[in-house]
Write a protein that binds this ligand. Structure first.
Ligand code: MSP
Length: 507
């Protein structure tokens, strides 16, 4: 039996088109999912869309459409982008699906039966764009503390979730599990938030005001609050209480990846819901920073939203994936600029990796008619062996800490070393003076490229497959196992096939 790994992205709102910020969470999860598959895990990678709530209802109204018609249309923009970005999710959940709605209603009813959901009167302020209720004391001048837009005053019947009852259990859990929230700074934030006290949470809305949601199973005048509904996707997708085998195999999730803006929902509300339902808590919530543009939040009104397809058209899918993960440390904010993207493209991809592939294959074609020689002496192989042996534990450690940029640096140290090796060994001189050494040098280079391609695959699947193909390798790259990939395994006699440059000159 393979060990399992369950990883989730947040489910995205479908009232608008995805931008590079949304793609960041999905790309990061995709890298972890692919890496885990390459290290022998059975992976379940979940993503999906958050389709209820007032925001969607309002967007539909503005377009003179039924909410269901709008979400059916908009969900495709996400699915198409994930296909374009080669996101390898195993499942895609939509909160309007029956399999989800059933679980949400069952959980809501279970908590009601238990007394953890109870009726009351809600009075307060509501931010429509954020779908969040605020206390008077939290807001300044009637504006939303998160987005700064005007709040609406509401007073209505509601059901409350007894979150206060789980304050102590959550605190105890957090104390025992200092790795529950990553990075640690975010864990501290959550600790102080919980220590500050948890209030009961309004988890239903009057149907008269918000009708686009999952109906409350025991009160026809109420619909379930969109965040209560949305968080449950992580277990409804596994068929909670329906497909026990799938659920038991993958729950609790190993990594739940989110942006810093939705940390409170995932590290406070979600765990208290699970504690109330007596379901295990996820292993780890990982929060990343935000992408800004010239230091500004991306927004339609500012007109600075970066369109993923424009970036794909410019540098290709792989450079896009590489840039987002290499440029900024994952927990911190990153600033997107086309200039920085181009610098990375030229330096790391075209001049470094692309050139290494190109030079190696050109020399092999020139000196050995493109056939990988059989060799018994490989100059400086120890240097490479040391690097390769240390690579897997280093990358495992870095990816476990969501340090994507550092993991890429480790892989690039192998590529740098190989480029340096070409300069030091000067194969063009060896061709005249020492053909046996030349054979050893070129063997090492294709062998290193073979190992590098497997490590690159989770980050840039398309480019890794192209390298693989140009190296003439026929076994399946996605089926490789990094635990057994080492140097010295390149089959002599393989015919390489130099293709078009991996990272062509930008126009
Ligand atoms: N629907 C909720 C999540 C429910 S999960 C049970 C939601 N959706 S969202 O579409 O607004 O955001 C989804 C993800 O995209 C979040 O992780 C958010 O942090 C991320 N990003 C949205 N804009 C972003 C940037 N500008 N930069 C980085 N990530 C950003 O919240």
């Amino acid at each position: 039996m393979k060990p399992t790994f369950y990883i989730t992205t947040p489910i995205y709102y479908v009232n608008d088109k995805p931008h590079i910020g949304h793609s960041y969470t999905s790309i990061a999860c995709d890298v972890l999912a692919r890496f885990k598959r390459l290290t022998g895990y059975q992976v379940y990678f979940l993503t999906g869309t958050d389709e209820h709530g007032q925001k969607v209802a309002q967007a539909a109204k503005a377009q003179n459409q039924e909410p269901q018609a709008l979400v059916d249309l908009n969900v495709q923009t996400y699915q198409n982008l994930w296909t374009a970005l080669e996101i390898s999710n195993d499942d895609f959940i939509r909160t309007t699906e029956l399999r989800h709605k059933e679980v949400v209603q069952a959980m809501f009813a279970e908590l009601y039966k238990k007394g953890d959901i109870y009726p009351g009167q809600y009075e307060g302020w509501y931010c429509v764009p954020c779908e969040t209720f605020w206390l008077e004391s939290q807001s300044e001048k009637g504006l939303c503390p998160d987005c700064g837009r005007a709040l609406e005053k509401v007073s209505e019947k509601t059901y409350f979730f007894k979150m206060s009852k789980y304050e102590k259990p959550l605190l105890e859990y957090l104390e025992k599990h200092p790795d529950f929230v990553h990075p640690h700074g975010r864990y501290n934030e959550i600790m102080s938030l919980v220590k500050g006290g948890l209030k009961d949470l309004s988890v239903s809305r009057s149907k008269a005001r918000i009708s686009w949601g999952i109906p409350c199973p025991f009160d026809p005048d109420q619909v379930i609050y969109v965040w209560f509904d949305a968080l449950i996707n992580y277990v409804s997708a596994l068929g909670y209480k329906k497909h026990q085998d799938l659920f038991n195999r993958f729950w609790p999730a190993d990594v739940q990846m989110i942006g810093k803006d939705i940390l409170k929902f995932h590290a406070v509300i979600w765990p208290t819901m699970l504690l109330a339902l007596e379901v295990s808590l996820p292993q780890k919530i990982v929060a990343h920073g935000w992408w800004t543009v010239a230091g500004q939040k991306m927004s339609k009104s500012k007109g600075n939203v970066v369109d993923p397809y424009a970036i794909i058209a410019k540098v290709g899918v792989d450079a896009y994936r590489y840039f987002l993960l290499r440029e900024a440390p994952f927990g911190l904010d990153g600033d997107f600029s086309e200039a920085a993207l181009i610098v990375r493209y030229q330096a790391d991809l075209a001049n470094n990796l692309g050139n290494l592939v190109n030079r190696t294959l050109t020399m092999l074609e020139k000196y050995f008619a493109g056939v990988v020689p059989q060799v018994d002496f490989v100059p400086h192989v120890e240097k490479f062996k040391k690097l390769v042996t240390g690579l897997l534990p280093a990358i495992e450690r870095k990816l476990a800490a969501a340090a994507f940029s550092q993991a890429l640096e480790s892989i690039w140290s192998l590529i740098d070393q190989a480029n340096k090796y070409i300069e030091e060994e000067a194969p063009w001189k060896l061709a005249k003076s020492d053909p046996a050494r030349l054979a050893g040098v070129l063997y090492t280079l294709v062998d290193v490229l073979r190992v590098a391609a497997v490590y690159i695959y989770p980050f840039m699947p398309g480019s890794a497959l192209k390298i693989w193909e140009q190296l003439g390798l026929t076994e399946s790259l996605p089926a490789a196992n990094l635990n057994t990939v080492t140097l010295g395994q390149f089959p002599p006699g393989t015919k390489v096939q130099k293709g078009v440059p991996l990272f062509p000159k930008l126009v």
